[in-house]
Unconditional design. Structure first.
Ligand SMILES: [Zn+2]
Length: 85
């Protein structure tokens, strides 16, 4: 957490193992996408959630000829149990 005087920045990283929805293989990690969300205020200062979302890539293979990319999702109940790993 970073207090910048007039606002607070909360840094989060969202990354978890993800399997391709088509071929079921573990997807490759392909960098991060930075997303900023205005969150509830802390100590009467606006809070900005700076979230690095993991980007995923599934390389083309016979089972999965198209390149599939996905981005980690915030508040996704389906994947929540992976976040704690
Ligand atoms: Zn795949």
């Amino acid at each position: 957490i970073e207090d910048q005087g007039n606002q607070i920045i909360v840094h989060l990283v969202q990354s978890y193992p993800l399997h391709c929805p088509r071929c079921g293989q573990l997807m490759l990690k392909n960098g991060f996408k930075l997303v900023k969300i205005l969150g509830p205020s802390l100590h009467y200062k606006p809070t900005i959630w700076s979230i690095r979302k993991q980007k995923y890539l599934c390389k083309p293979s016979p089972d999965c000829p198209q390149t599939i990319t996905k981005v980690a999702r915030v508040k996704d109940v389906k994947y929540r149990h992976h976040i704690s790993q």
